[in-house]
Design a binder for this molecule. Sequence first.
Ligand SMILES: [Zn+2]
Length: 116
Amino acid sequence: MRQITYISHSVAWTDTLGHIYINKNLKTYNKGLYNRVLRHEKQHTIGAYNKQDLKLDFKNNISQWELFKFCLIYPLGFAQYSPLVKVKDTLFFSWVSLLKLIITICVITAVWLIFK
Ligand SMILES: [Zn+2]
């Protein structure tokens, strides 16, 4: 059984011990999305982020758009996209988060260019 901590910022992530952190507002915002995010986090491997985790993050049934809409209502959710990650009391720089941030900006820009 994975330990779950409810937090007031970001969306969700799993640390190297398999401990899941999930935004406490997600459940009331959209139960279906919450369940999918939680299922996704449980699929992450325990230990260092690896190829399997990367594959899971790029191919899953949660769209960035859904998470983005959640963040518009709960702006602290945007902390998820910050390349600075805080674990316990230590801030560190995450290349994976930076990569996701760049991809998200590209997708939003592309959508904006298509629909403007
Ligand atoms: Zn993930």
